[in-house]
Design a protein around this ligand. Structure first.
Ligand code: C2E
Ligand code: MG
Ligand code: MG
Length: 730
């Protein structure tokens, strides 16, 4: 992890969190500015609303009072007029009480010059005094208000005989007070009716929380007086510092002023409670959002890290290697950089003999060793299984070789400290970035190069030769489909002959590709390519069908049948799984092939491949259930143990050519015992790749059943095989 920690991940995370912080601060500042601007304009708007509210309310109260007064005044005036034209004897109590009922007056009476009042009962006590204090009632109409008593309307009556009287109408003071109080300021503001002339407050709203003393009120009134016009609303500050709006409306035809005083934050206070709830909700949502975003960011970082981390070694994964490698090499001269691929040779056997846990420890150890040997800026990654990648900053190929050798030695030195005698080797391929372009392409090309490495060179460098091979690979891949359609793949048959002439001959079907442009292409070239990309599956089935067709033709032509074996690639087996035989059965069902005529050649590696006896059994039994025989091809080439043979129902054992290439006494003994063992398990034995007559003689003596090799014949096209067979039969 040494090289990993500081680089890409941390840097990116730091960069991101810096950007995030700047964004967050900018957003916060923007929100604050918007919030502040909004608050100011909101307050201004609220003030305007309050101003309008208090003004409209107060005006309404003032005009209602005016109206009420006008009604009273007009009634009293009309009544005075009526009286002046009416003989006095008609003025009876009944007449007055009828008049009173018609309007909402509490009392109606006439005051005469001698001080008498008619009807006397309608005159409250305080009124005589009031009459004395207001002598002008004899000259003009008067409207007045006596606190807690009445509203008084008077109008002088001028009789024709020169006598004078005054009509006095009383209205319940509550009717006016109710009007004054109608302006509802929710006990925060207050409404007043003021007599400007006497400087007397006629009605005051005592319920208000706003404590306005008389003095303060007059002061406000004075300020108002200085302002021009009626209906002014102005702002004032109370002695206790409270800001208020004051509205003044004159009550028409009187000296009265209807005043309203209301705190300027009247509405704000109203909505403050709601605002508080709203703010609390906003804060809660913000906190929740913050927590959520924090959590998401953490998760995101975790995932990001996981996606570039390889769990076993804790180092860079393949994706991490690509990301950081691309970043590190950006802006550099690409030929300075080289991607090196290391694949531990035969790691499978380390896993099998040491166990998976120790195998993992070994991989971790190798990772640590490699990461200890790279320089700053360089990278190491375990991409999968036993595959490692290095990104080295090294211009000279010889230097790359030297460093790889040093790494191998360092790894093996440490391994030998623990397990003397033991050492591991790597298949190593490398590709320069300037050849490949990007890091991922260089990785693929390094893998490709590693496959061409041999024991003589430390590392196989991707070069023009390899590039040509890759090109050829790609070309063959593109030609495949059309060639299957055009049946360019041909069946060649190689005879298998009984050395003792005790049996009829058999044959193995081997594929040859006759391409109209490319010419003959041999399986050794194209099979590994098609095994890589899975095309081998369709090729296997194609060959099987061709063989079925051939046997079908032989049957129709009434020829003696020759048993034919067909190869099944281990990659096909891996791809199709234990039910692979079903694919073959579908083809077989289309032809009428007798049982036991076709034999399926499975390479002995299937015994190791899955390492699962039930799997192999299912495959073998599946084929046998369709009337197909089963052979183990290339037996002895890999590491299968002879003892495993007894577990499986195999019809034929094909001994690999390697037994017969550099023969010696030892190998001959092994061949002899394999034949014996196979026979004891009821298997036929075929020896492959036999080229010399002496070998035939030896195998005959050992009891080998069939021999396949150039000693009898090379693989032949079907027509030539037919001829060969006729000759052989003769
Ligand atoms: P194999 O199945 O072990 O086939 C035997 C190979 O040994 C054949 O090579 C054959 O021509 C060669 N051979 C036979 N006798 C001698 C001899 O005396 N000396 C030498 N030096 N070689 C001999 P071929 O046809 O090139 O096939 C190579 C391999 O390709 C086959 O090995 C098999 O694994 C694969 N293959 C061939 N045809 C098919 C096919 O249709 N399907 C699949 N999956 N694989 C095939
Ligand atoms: Mg074969
Ligand atoms: Mg073989």
């Amino acid at each position: 992890m040494k090289k990993m920690g500081g680089a890409w991940n941390m840097e990116t995370t730091r960069k991101r969190s810096r950007i995030f912080t700047i964004c967050a601060v900018l957003v916060a500042m923007f929100c604050l500015a918007v919030g502040a601007g909004n608050t100011v304009s909101f307050e201004r708007m609220m003030n305007q609303v309050v101003e309008r509210y208090v003004s409209e309310n107060n005006q309404q109260v003032a005009s209602q009072i005016s109206y009420r007064l006008k009604m009273g005044r007009e009634f009293v005036s009309d009544f005075a007029d009526t009286l002046s034209r009416m003989p006095q004897f008609l003025l009876t109590e009944d007449f007055i009480s009828r008049k009173t009922a018609a309007v909402e007056l509490e009392g109606l009476m006439v005051l005469f010059e001698d001080g008498s009042v008619f009807p006397e009962s309608a005159c409250p006590d305080y009124l005589s005094q009031w009459f004395e204090k207001n002598p002008d009632i004899w000259e003009k109409q008067v409207t007045s208000y006596v606190a807690d008593q009445n509203l008084i309307f008077t109008a002088p009556v001028h009789y024709g005989d020169g006598t004078e009287a005054v009509v006095v109408g009383l209205q319940n003071y509550w009717s006016i007070k109710a009007l004054v109080f109608r302006a509802d300021y929710q006990e925060q503001g207050a409404s007043f009716l003021i007599d400007r002339k006497d400087g007397e407050i006629l009605i005051a709203d005592e319920k208000s929380a706003l404590s306005v003393t008389d003095q303060q009120l007059y002061a406000l009134l004075e300020t108002g007086r200085e302002l021009e016009g009626d209906g002014q609303v102005y702002e004032a500050v109370m002695p206790n510092g409270q800001e208020v709006f004051v509205s003044l409306y004159e009550v028409r035809d009187t000296d009265w002023v209807q005043a309203a005083v209301i705190p300027s934050d009247f509405l704000m206070a109203q909505i403050e409670r709601h605002m508080d709830v709203y703010a609390a909700v906003v804060v809660a949502v913000m906190v929740l959002l913050g927590v959520l975003i924090g959590h998401l960011m953490k998760e995101n970082q975790r995932w990001e890290r996981l996606s570039v981390t390889e769990p076993l070694t804790g180092g860079w994964s393949r994706e991490g290697f690509i990301k950081l490698g691309t970043q590190n090499t950006e802006g550099h001269r690409l030929h300075e950089w080289i991607v090196v691929y290391l694949n531990i040779k035969d790691f499978r056997y380390i896993n099998e003999s040491w166990g998976e846990e120790d195998g993992n420890l070994m991989l971790q150890f190798i990772y640590r060793m490699l990461s200890g040997l790279i320089n700053e800026e360089e990278l190491v990654s375990r991409s999968s299984m036993d595959h490692f990648f290095l990104l080295l900053k090294e211009e000279d190929d010889r230097e790359v070789n030297r460093r790889i050798l040093k790494m191998k030695e360092a790894v093996n030195e440490r391994i030998r400290c623990k397990f003397s005698e033991y050492s591991i080797d790597f298949a190593v391929g490398a590709c320069r970035l300037d050849i490949a372009g990007g890091v991922p392409t260089a990785m693929n090309k390094a893998i490709y190069a590693s496959k061409l490495s041999d024991t003589d060179n430390v590392c196989s460098f991707y070069n023009a030769g390899i590039a040509n091979m890759l090109e050829r690979e790609e070309r063959l891949n593109t030609l495949f489909e059309d060639s299957v359609k055009n049946r360019d793949f041909k069946v060649y048959l190689q005879p298998k002959v009984s050395p003792s002439e005790a049996r009829a001959c058999q044959a193995e079907a081997l594929v040859r590709w006759f391409h109209p442009q490319e010419g003959v292409i041999y399986p050794s070239e194209f099979i590994p390519i098609f095994e890589k990309n899975g095309k081998i599956c369709s090729l296997d089935l194609y060959m099987f069908e061709e063989v079925c067709r051939l046997i079908d033709r032989w049957i129709k032509e009434k020829k003696t049948l020759v048993s034919i074996s067909v190869n099944v690639s281990r990659f096909h087996l891996r791809e199709a799984g234990s039910e692979i035989w079903k694919e073959y059965k579908r083809i077989l069902d289309r032809y009428d092939i007798p049982e036991g005529v076709i034999e399926m050649e499975l390479t002995e590696t299937i015994l190791l491949e899955e390492n699962q006896i039930p799997f192999v059994k299912a495959v073998l039994n599946g084929f046998r259930s369709c009337g197909l025989r089963v052979a183990l091809d290339d037996f002895g080439f890999a590491y299968s143990s002879l003892s495993m043979l007894k577990e499986f129902a195999v019809d034929t054992l094909k001994m690999d050519r390697s037994f017969f290439v550099n023969e010696n006494d030892k190998s001959r003994k092994i061949v002899g015992s394999i034949i014996q063992l196979a026979h004891s398990l009821d298997m036929d034995v075929v020896a492959e790749g036999i080229e010399a007559k002496e070998q035939v003689e030896m195998l005959r003596k050992m009891g080998c059943d069939l021999i396949q090799g150039y000693v009898y014949s090379k693989p032949l096209p079907v027509g030539e095989f037919d001829q060969w067979r006729e000759e052989y039969d003769r």
